[in-house]
Design a protein around this ligand. Structure first.
Ligand SMILES: [Zn+2]
Length: 317
């Protein structure tokens, strides 16, 4: 409430705006802060949006004690979005679900005379379907990032930069590409994690995570794309390709996390490692092996070596 002229009623999903009475809205978000002001805008399709500016949340300072079980590393994939061994969060195909309707509406539009009344009508129809897809995707992303930000104290993700995105998208159909908005996901996740005092770490995608042995840090040069499993020539550990890559992502993220913050990592359980595809795993990775492996990894691999001290910068309880 601001001077009593803006009010929101979450239960009945209605908002009271200055000079207007109660108006129904469609949104699932709930907040507790006071509303500072509201901006109403109208889209091309004739829909109205109310953007609320809220009073600042009480400052949440960054968490400095992190439990292993509250740390998660995720691979990103257009097909499956993010996956871990607890929940499989598949990328819902909002665009694909509407693809036929979009194609049909666009075909109708192309037959209309530009500037005519019917053209305008057809154009609005195309825009309306696109808007629907966009909104459903946005809602889904809000819900997913909210869950993740509540569940984890630190999340490690691959950093898909523009170049990475191009490589990432090559070979994927347009509908898959349109359904994947990594940028939106990361933006929402980052600010929600920040609100909670939680950490988001992005790891460079071009780090040779598949070629490094997650047990000893040795780099292999004979790994081809079709090899789903391999054995390290140095320590003879047998790896599943995806599991190994996820562990490397986790290690690199942990190192970045502790080198950026004076953190204490508390060893209670296994961090969550997630990967693409249908691999559900995590149970075979024990915390103690993560620590010893991370240590070996750090001391063996130059890229991973910490500047000042080679001992693992965390406390084990
Ligand atoms: Zn090895």
């Amino acid at each position: 409430m601001t001077n009593g002229n803006i009010r929101i009623d979450f239960q009945r999903k209605r908002i009271k705006l200055p000079k207007l009475s109660w108006i129904l809205y469609a949104d699932d978000r709930i907040f507790t802060q006071n509303i500072k002001h509201v901006t109403v805008s109208k889209t091309k399709k004739g829909k109205y949006y109310a953007s609320l500016t809220l009073e600042k949340q009480p400052d949440s300072s960054l968490l400095m004690h992190l439990f292993f079980s509250k740390i998660a590393a995720f691979d990103m994939s257009a097909r499956d979005f993010v996956v871990n061994h607890l929940v499989k969060m598949e990328n819902p195909r909002f665009y694909r679900a509407e693809e036929k309707r979009i194609v049909k509406a666009q075909r109708l539009l192309s037959r209309k005379q530009e500037g005519s009344k019917n053209y305008e009508k057809a154009r609005r129809k195309v825009a309306k379907i696109h808007e629907k897809v966009y909104n459903r995707k946005k809602d889904w992303t809000h819900k997913l990032t909210h869950t993740l930000a509540d569940e984890y104290h630190a999340i490690i993700l691959e950093d898909l930069n523009i170049k990475g995105m191009q490589k990432f998208h090559s070979g994927l159909s347009k509908s898959v590409t349109l359904d994947f908005s990594w940028h939106q996901f990361v933006t929402y996740l980052t600010y929600k994690m920040k609100w909670n005092g939680h950490h988001v770490i992005k790891v460079d995608r071009f780090h040779p995570s598949s070629q490094l042995c997650s047990a000893c840090g040795e780099k292999t040069n004979h790994l081809t794309l079709d090899m789903r499993e391999w054995t390290c020539s140095h320590c003879e550990t047998h790896h599943d390709r995806d599991v190994n890559a996820s562990l490397n992502l986790l290690y690199q993220g942990l190192l970045a996390l502790v080198s950026e913050n004076p953190l204490m990592l508390i060893h209670d359980d296994t961090p969550t490692v997630g990967t693409t595809g249908s691999h559900a795993f995590g149970e075979e990775v024990r915390p103690i092996s993560i620590l010893t492996n991370l240590y070996r990894h750090t001391s063996r691999n130059k890229e991973f070596r910490l500047a000042k001290d080679e001992s693992p910068p965390f406390i084990v309880e």
